[in-house]
Design a protein around this ligand. Structure first.
Ligand code: PGA
Length: 258
């Protein structure tokens, strides 16, 4: 089955509202000459405070070429959870996807596999799609535990989720040592790990879900690296940090995935 590629831009904690609108408008202008059917799924993930204005800019453009993601959400619908934003609330702001389990959230904000599983369930229950991040540290890679670590992250994240919901979900493999460092993971190795993740999905949710689920690579993706990465059998796209903050470099990555 042909899987539609996804190029997702994770803006992290960057861009005020006006800058976010400027960036998404510049991106949509870059994509204007390209037929929608030729494009991969293009997704951008601004900060919470910019979600609404970016949604409006997308709706005003009406091109339907870019989708919106939140970078996080909380799994309870509402209540006394100061500082949190629920899945229902990001849905209300107009998102299509929610990134969960990014290594920066696991590392700096104590997100656990159990929380990520609860978030994935809440996201799917609200008819949104999770982009579930996983990846190993340099120490884990050097200790030879990359595969077992990632397998346990994926098994925990997908625990109790139906095969149909797993099939719709997205996973991003992001080796932590490659994030923001300029050091991309060798594309053969990224493909090997992603194929391993697909096997784990198969054992959890069956062959059809494993064939359907999109698994992205993330970590210093640049216009110069994308074509080689996309040529690999199991890499279905990219989660892009730094290079997504400029419309021209992100658009080059999008074109490299066509
Ligand atoms: P990077 O970030 O492309 O800047 O390495 C990727 C990510 O953290 O999603």
């Amino acid at each position: 089955m042909a899987r539609k590629p996804i190029i997702a831009g994770n803006w992290k904690m960057h861009k005020f509202q006006a800058e976010s609108v400027e960036l998404v408008n510049a991106l949509m202008a870059e994509l204007k000459p390209i037929e929608k059917t030729e494009l991969p799924e293009v997704v951008v993930a601004p900060v919470f405070t910019s979600l609404h204005v970016v949604r409006k800019a997308m709706d005003d453009c009406g091109c339907g070429k870019v989708k919106l993601a939140a970078q996080n959400c909380y799994y309870e619908a509402q209540g006394a959870y100061t500082g949190e934003v629920s899945t229902e609330m990001v849905k209300d702001a107009g998102v299509d996807y929610v990134i969960i389990g990014h290594s920066e959230r696991r590392q700096y904000f104590g997100e656990t596999d159990e929380m990520i599983n609860k978030k994935a369930k809440a996201i799917l229950a609200n008819d949104l799609l999770p982009i579930i991040c996983c990846g190993e540290t340099l120490e884990q890679r050097e200790a030879g535990v990359t595969d077992s670590h990632i397998e346990s992250q994926i098994r925990a994240a997908l625990d109790g989720i139906s095969a149909d919901d797993v099939a719709k979900s997205v996973i991003a493999y992001e080796p932590i040592w490659a994030i923001g460092t300029g050091k991309t993971c060798d594309s053969d190795e990224a493909n090997r790990v992603i194929a391993m993740i697909r096997n784990v999905v198969k054992s959890v949710a069956g062959e059809a879900a494993a064939d359907a689920i999109r698994i992205l690579y993330g970590g210093s993706v640049k216009p110069e690296t994308i074509e080689e990465q996309m040529a690999k059998s199991d890499i279905d796209g990219a989660l892009v940090g730094g290079a997504s903050l400029k419309a021209d470099s992100f658009a080059k990555i999008v074109r490299g995935a066509m």
